[in-house]
Design a protein around this ligand. Sequence first.
Ligand code: CA2
Length: 151
Amino acid sequence: MAKTIYVLNGPNLNLLGTREPKTYGHATLKDVEKLCREAGKRHEIAIAFHQSNHEGQLIDWIHEAGAKKAAGLVINPGGYTHSSVAIRDAVAAVDIPVIEVHISNIFAREDFRHFSHIAPVAKGTLSGFGIMGYALAIDGLAALNASERRS
Ligand code: CA2
């Protein structure tokens, strides 16, 4: 059965490409989805791509990825990065590798963006690579899966 990587996008990321291009670039969320599907194809891994403005929906998808033993999960929690203990708890509760992605470099921005509830429970974090960060995260998860199969 084909492996699946979940790619989850949090609040306001549906607006990508419509505002704040200096911070987030001109690409839309559809462009991000295309990029992720192309990365998935390279590794023969299916992509389950979602966006929600609702914390509970994101948590349900994290649980679903865990229950289905997905090959991994890429999450850009948006503003919830800096506020959500509930998303942190969901990430900590699943036994699959989770990569946190941020389009912008959160450490080069306002102080309140420097803290992430998710980072301590994620396998790793990518921040500041633009939308390329999503593809890099999928490449990383594919490499982790390949090395696990070898050991
Ligand atoms: O850099 C990132 O990817 C962020 O996760 C984006 C979040 C922000 O709260 C984090 O600190 C960093 C915001 C997502 C909002 O996205 C928009 C995109 C275009 C226009 C308006 C909002």
